[in-house]
Ligand binder design. Structure first.
Ligand code: NAD
Length: 488
């Protein structure tokens, strides 16, 4: 069994803890390698290395930093099958999705390669004569990147791409469920030419490695994707530093009585059961017009029951990520039954870490399964009478990441775009499928208003600097000119 190191100042090495943990393939429940159980001391050394590397990295022209990202994209592209299989093996999503996880990183690195030649500021006027005023983007410093396991390549790339092109150095702490994918991605960036100390990677528990990173005074920014509970803890404990939060959600699909029903069913199957429901954009609520409820339910159950469950490399629906996740899903299903939601299919754990697509109906907005993130292949059909009620139900949760409506009526669609309180709204498509050149993030409990990806990624991982250049040869003072009383 191979043992992997942590990366500090360009050197892969053991943790000073002397301890390791295993990463498990959830399809077979067998270990795929041993990883360092990092500790606070490792984080301190990693932050010091990142701080030192920052001095020269920030001065490298952004176009040159960007070229490294392009090279990394090309390496991933060349060996996409290898990296995609690794996603499926360690995380448990079907191979097609494992490959698309890697494709997302390829696209992201290519996009941020382009940002090396953009990274626009604003040029504006000055209120004073012979004075120029404009803004530039400057790096933030050492950034702590903390990621979950469900997109083990794509999510790290969303952070690494903009962080690096903007001139920051990083300490990256991946989820302990998917350390191998994180290490392989960082090795790709090393191969592409990242100088030592610019990326440091420390594996290990959130409660030690993550916590120290969040609290470290030399870390200027924390970019976090994960659960709301951890996001709240970070908000309370990070001190004065920039924080980017991408948290959970409870995403709805609305199906109107005028919808193309087959399309809505296909979109719901993909959003509710793709990635075994383990997406922050998964649709765990389907708000259905009563007029088509019965027809929709019949088609949805039939489609869900056709899905092939088994080893992620060869089936459509892979396992849940670990036993804790499976217990959590089962617990929510049991609560759903107790609260008198009507079970249409699934509802009982399978062998190993598998769980069948599960559909409840007659779910009302106050039920626990209509409010809390389940993060498994469970969806709740919620019948409504009209669009106004549908939007009210959709908005009746603490989260606000992704939303969707199936309708043929432009008035319904435009009203939904205006009134759904979510960071993303799809028309006639499922709640999943974001593209890397557009901002991604949510309202309410899903985050703190930051957005990742696209141009928003540059905004997130850089600061504005405002520049004034006075070429008048005298000390001009803003707001000091007496404009006198207003003339009538
Ligand atoms: P999690 O919060 O348990 O863990 C996320 C990361 O935080 C892990 O690396 C973990 O080790 C670390 N961590 C835990 N405690 C910490 C602490 N005190 N300080 C610092 N770091 C700590 O989440 P998870 O189970 O890995 O991921 C699933 C969650 O992520 C779901 O809620 C899902 O919706 C969310 N998610 C959100 C998005 C998005 O973009 N909005 C994308 C994917 C996943």
């Amino acid at each position: 069994m191979k043992t992997y190191g942590i990366l500090i100042d360009g050197k892969w090495q053991p943790s000073s803890s002397g301890k390791t943990f295993d990463s498990i393939n959830p399809s077979s429940e067998k270990s795929i390698g041993k990883f360092q159980q990092g500790n606070e001391k490792d984080v301190d050394r990693a932050v010091a290395a990142a701080k030192k590397a920052y001095e020269s990295w920030r001065l490298m022209p952004p176009t040159e930093r960007a070229d490294i990202l392009l090279e990394a994209a090309l390496i991933l592209q060349r060996d996409k099958t290898h990296y995609g299989e690794l996603v499926s093996i360690e995380m448990g999503k079907q191979l097609k999705e494992g490959l698309s996880d890697v494709q997302e990183a390829i696209d992201t690195f290519k996009y941020f390669h382009g940002e090396g030649r953009r990274m626009f500021g604003h040029t504006t006027t000055s209120e004073l004569q012979n004075k120029a005023a404009y803004t530039i983007r400057i790096p933030i410093g050492v950034c702590g990147l903390i990621t979950p396991w469900n997109f083990p390549v794509a999510i790290p790339s969303w952070k690494l791409g903009p962080a690096l092109v903007c001139g920051n150095t990083v300490v990256f702490k991946p989820s302990s469920d998917t350390p191998l994918n994180a290490i392989e991605l960082v090795k790709v960036l090393e191969k592409a030419g990242i100088p030592k100390g610019v990326i440091n990677l420390v594996t290990g528990p959130g409660s030690t490695v993550g916590k120290r990173l969040v609290e470290h005074p030399d870390v200027r920014m924390i970019s976090f994707t994960g659960s709301k509970a951890t996001g709240e803890w970070i908000t309370k404990n990070a001190g004065v530093k920039k924080i980017g939060l991408e948290l959970g959600s409870k995403n709805p699909i609305i199906v109107m009585d005028d919808a193309n029903l087959d399309l809505a069913v296909e979109g719901t199957v993909w959003a509710a059961f793709g990635t075994t429901g383990q997406r922050c954009t998964a649709a765990s609520r389907v708000i259905v017009h009563k007029k088509i409820q019965k027809a929709f339910e019949k088609k949805l159950v039939a489609a869900a029951q056709k899905l092939k469950i088994g080893n992620a490399l060869t089936h459509e629906i892979g396992p849940l990520v670990n036993k804790r996740a499976q217990d959590k899903v089962q617990n929510y299903v049991d609560i759903g039954k107790k609260q008198k939601a009507k079970l249409l299919c699934g509802g009982k754990r399978g062998h190993g870490l598998f769980y069948p697509p599960t559909i409840f109906t007659e779910v009302t907005p106050k039920m626990t399964i209509a409010q809390e993130e389940i993060f498994g292949p469970v969806t709740a059909i919620m019948p409504v009478n009209n669009l106004t009620e549908a939007i009210k139900v959709a908005n009746s949760v603490d989260y606000g990441l992704s939303s969707s409506i199936f309708t043929q009526d432009i008035n319904n669609a435009m009203t939904a775009i205006r009134d759904l309180d979510f960071g993303i709204t799809y028309i006639n498509s499922s709640t999943i499928g974001s593209e890397v050149h557009l901002p991604f993030g949510g309202t309410k409990g899903t985050g703190n208003g930051t957005r990742e990806a696209g141009w928003a990624g540059v905004e997130e991982f850089s600061e504005n600097k405002t520049v004034y250049i006075d070429y008048s040869g005298k000390l001009q003072k803003a707001q000091m000119k007496d404009s006198g009383p207003r003339k009538k």
